[in-house]
Write a protein that binds this ligand. Structure first.
Ligand code: GUN
Length: 291
């Protein structure tokens, strides 16, 4: 069993981006600039947003954090998005999800200019990605693809089971793994909460990508000997022995599953760091276009 070290690979990717920023600046261009909109104070969202802002700083990007109170109206949020769309000092921006229930996610996502949608959530980017055209690929699936690539994991002809069908992870992940390029060329099955024989389906996977949002859902009996397991879950489990009162666990029961795998991502230190690095990568793609 080999660990897919997302922390190390994300560092590699961030180092490459940092070098590119230095070159850009040496050539007289401004560094890439990412803005992040956060509404309210969901603790997990605050953690992610702070990590994104810090990651920008570490690679030499400019970043702006726009933090709004939870009662902000949809109209003000949409007006802010319009301003960011027009702001030429900015290469891309994201609106951290989830949003409070009085705001409609879809309306917000569709207001972001596709060329600045470095989260890759706009239907134009999702559609272009599905067609294999130039597009922003959302950060978690994009980061997973990068991890598979850099470990040179074989994907062609393999059975890839994607557990979860969310718009952010499961949906785009399934599309990427069936593309006729590397990594891809898989036979893809999407399994989810309504799948009847979910254990058997998972156990038939050569590559299992778990993004179902249930702590330690995937147990050893659901994993084939020699499978590649990618764990997208980041779940907080109460743990009185930890200073912060919880520990992070994935969607995979790591201790019992890992001995069966050829490769597996740890939680933390697997997919999470790759997601952030890939957001920086998308921001660089946006910045290159105005150079
Ligand atoms: N919430 C959970 N993951 C993400 C992400 O990748 N981007 C945004 N904007 N919100 C999220």
């Amino acid at each position: 069993m080999e660990l897919l070290d997302g922390k190390a690979i994300s560092k590699q990717l961030r180092e490459e981006l940092k070098e590119e920023v230095e070159q850009m600046v040496a050539e007289g261009h401004r560094p890439p600039h990412l803005a992040v909109i956060l509404v309210g104070s969901n603790p997990a969202s605050e953690t992610y947003v702070n990590a994104k802002v810090k990651a920008c700083k570490d690679v030499g990007y400019e970043s702006s954090l726009l933090h709004f109170p939870p009662e902000i109206s949809q109209e003000i949020l949409l007006n802010t998005i319009d301003e960011l769309n027009e702001n030429e000092d900015l290469d891309g921006f994201i609106v951290q999800l989830p949003l409070p229930s009085h705001i409609d996610d879809r309306t917000v996502i569709e207001r972001v200019l596709p060329g600045k949608d470095v989260d890759g959530f706009h239907p134009i980017n999702v559609g272009r990605m599905a067609l294999g055209l130039d597009a922003f690929v959302s950060a978690t699936p994009g980061g997973i693809v990068e991890l598979i690539k850099r470990y040179e994991i074989e994907t062609e002809g393999k059975h890839c089971v994607v557990l979860g069908r969310s718009n952010i992870v499961g949906g785009p992940m399934s599309i990427l793994m069936r593309r006729n390029t590397y990594p891809g060329n898989c036979t893809v099955t999407i399994a989810h909460s309504r799948t009847k024989n979910i254990k058997e389906v998972c156990a038939s996977a050569d590559i299992l990508i778990a993004a179902i949002g249930k702590p330690e859902f995937v147990t050893a009996d659901m994993v084939k000997e020699g499978a590649v397991v990618i764990d997208v879950g980041i779940n907080r489990m109460d743990d009185a022995t930890r200073e912060r009162g919880y520990r992070l666990v994935g969607d995979v029961a790591f201790a019992e599953v890992s001995p069966k795998c050829s490769y597996i991502t740890p939680v933390p230190g697997g997919v999470g760091p790759m997601t952030i690095a890939y957001l920086l990568n998308n921001t660089m793609i946006a910045a290159r276009k105005r150079k």
